[in-house]
Design a protein around this ligand. Structure first.
Ligand SMILES: Nc1ncnc2c1ncn2[C@@H]1O[C@H](COP(=O)(O)OP(=O)(O)O)[C@@H](O)[C@H]1O
Ligand SMILES: [Mg+2]
Length: 292
């Protein structure tokens, strides 16, 4: 469908897509160009500038970015099978910033990996950006990931031999941008994320907070519908964690949909909505009750 490709080369700010109903203006493009005002296209497609506060944002056609319903996932293990997810359900609406929290082993990473299409559910249904993941081939799944999902991990996973800028350029290229567009995109992102003066630095010379911000820039290179983060502050000191949370808050304010996994209640408190997991199930509001 080329949603993302169509957004490149014109102002990402107004990017929207009636086709899959969940595509919205590129959050970072909006920041980079100084705000998301005056986007007539987006407005006519039922998108508004307001920070997300629920499905009403989508006017007559609310459609969640993520709809996980009754998902099970069991891992084989030496002693006994581990039931990591036991009928988990979670709905995430466009523009939401959701923290998934819970003790270690409660299934948070498994849930996130399933939403990302990195792992498959044994049972239940997972719809991301309007597509039922269970029905997709590995190739189509990879394509959906490239187009709609940006992912951030606890330990950054940066390419250490490349400069900060090249880490982002490469991601933009992989997302389908041409060389020039990718360089421009990387510059915009590094600027927005406060890393422009470190563009030529190697990742090893950056602080923890800067490294994670760079990883976030890379995750955003393809203007993903959904930003997923698994314990993004887990390897950072409190200053670095604050940097990352502040960045997520800014991205959210600009319309980026974010799901952040954290076992740290203080970090989770920075999100717009908190869902708690225990023993492979969601304990507190799953968002399902909001379904139209
Ligand atoms: N690939 C795997 N193989 C076997 N067991 C796994 C695998 N991934 C996760 N688990 C188990 O599933 C449970 C949930 O893990 P996980 O989703 O990583 O939890 P969390 O992220 O909340 O700490 C844990 O008991 C974990 O050991
Ligand atoms: Mg985990």
């Amino acid at each position: 469908m080329g949603t993302w490709e169509r957004g490149v080369g014109r102002r990402d700010v107004t990017e929207s897509d009636r086709g899959d109903g969940v595509r919205m203006r590129g959050a970072v493009g909006a920041i980079a160009t100084g705000g998301g005002s005056g986007d007539g296209d987006a407005r006519s497609a039922g998108v508004t500038d307001r920070p997300a506060d629920g499905p009403e944002r989508w006017g007559t056609s609310p459609e969640p970015v993520v709809a996980v319903v009754g998902v099970h996932r069991t891992f084989d293990a030496e002693v006994a099978p581990v039931r990591a997810l036991r009928g988990t359900s979670l709905t995430v609406w466009p523009g939401e910033f959701v923290a998934v929290t819970g003790p270690s082993g409660s299934g948070k990473s498994t849930l996130l990996n399933i939403i990302a299409g990195l792992e498959r559910a044994d049972d239940g249904s997972v719809v991301v950006a309007g597509q039922a993941l269970g029905e997709l081939s590995e190739t189509r799944l990879a394509r959906l990931r490239r187009r709609h999902v940006g992912m951030v991990f606890q330990f950054f996973h940066l390419l250490e031999s490349m400069t900060a800028a090249d880490n982002v350029v490469l991601a933009a290229r992989l997302a389908g941008l041409g060389r020039r567009a990718a360089v421009r995109r990387a510059q915009d992102l590094l600027d927005v994320l406060g890393l422009l003066e470190r563009a030529e630095a190697l990742p090893a010379t950056l602080s923890g907070g800067q490294r994670q911000r760079l990883a976030i820039a890379r995750a955003l290179a393809g203007s993903p519908t959904l930003l997923l983060a698994d314990e993004p502050t887990g390897a950072l000191d409190s200053a670095g964690a604050a940097e990352v949370l502040d960045l997520f808050t800014r991205l959210h304010a600009r319309g980026q949909t974010i799901v952040m996994v954290t076992h740290d209640a203080a970090v989770a408190a920075g999100a717009q909505r908190i869902v708690a997991m225990r023993d492979g199930q969601i304990e507190s509001p799953s968002g399902l009750e909001d379904l139209p």
